[in-house]
Design a binder for this molecule. Structure first.
Ligand SMILES: CC(C)(COP(=O)(O)OP(=O)(O)OC[C@H]1O[C@@H](n2cnc3c(N)ncnc32)[C@H](O)[C@@H]1OP(=O)(O)O)[C@@H](O)C(=O)NCCC(=O)NCCS
Length: 153
């Protein structure tokens, strides 16, 4: 794949924000403050994929939390530029996030995805995530989220 991965740096923020805005409807995309918070939060993982000229192809952010004494990961977002989808960019980003979460001791990773986002649901199912819950009105107070989870151990 003609894309390489690297850790996100503070200078990447404008292009990450622009891509997230392009990927999601208003009100569902993260605000600038939210995205900055996730990128700066200690221990969070931010990975981006870029082509040989340094053009952003996609990125992913995940956090780590504790639940009943165990560490688990939470995938905050994974965004791929629309012309570059179905080329494996999302796959390599998710693999790297999972690798880093495992290295940090996480035994599972979970995420929320809109009931309307069939593409992302297919993507996660393809990567062995299973539905474990549903949160009514999670998006904009009216669109439910599915909770999806994958065991990492
Ligand atoms: C979901 C997303 C990250 C997938 O990224 P991607 O780079 O296109 O995914 P990949 O090319 O790695 O796809 C891997 C597999 O996922 C599945 N998949 C991905 N997109 C799919 C689609 N539109 N329809 C059906 N299956 C799909 C396929 O099984 C695919 O394998 P294949 O191409 O060999 O059939 C991308 O569509 C995206 O950025 N969407 C907008 C943002 C978003 O919704 N993010 C998720 C937030 S919860």
């Amino acid at each position: 794949m003609p894309f390489s991965l690297r850790a996100v740096s503070p200078d990447d923020f404008p292009s990450l924000y622009a891509l997230d805005q392009a990927c999601f409807d208003p009100g569902i995309a993260w605000s600038k403050a939210e995205l900055l918070y996730f990128l700066r939060y200690p221990g969070n993982i931010g990975i981006l994929a870029e082509d040989e000229s340094g053009r952003l192809a996609g990125f992913a952010i995940a956090g780590k939390q504790r639940r009943q004494g165990a560490v688990f990961g939470r995938l905050i977002t994974i965004d791929v530029d629309s012309p570059l989808r179905r080329r494996g960019v999302g796959h390599v980003l998710l693999e790297e996030i999972e690798r880093q979460l495992r290295a940090a001791g996480a035994t599972a990773v979970l995420l929320e995805v809109s009931v309307d986002n069939a593409t992302a649901q297919r993507f996660y199912e393809r990567h062995d995530f299973v539905r474990t819950g549903r949160i009514p009105g999670y998006y904009l107070g009216r669109i439910d989220a599915l909770v999806m989870e994958k065991q990492l151990s």
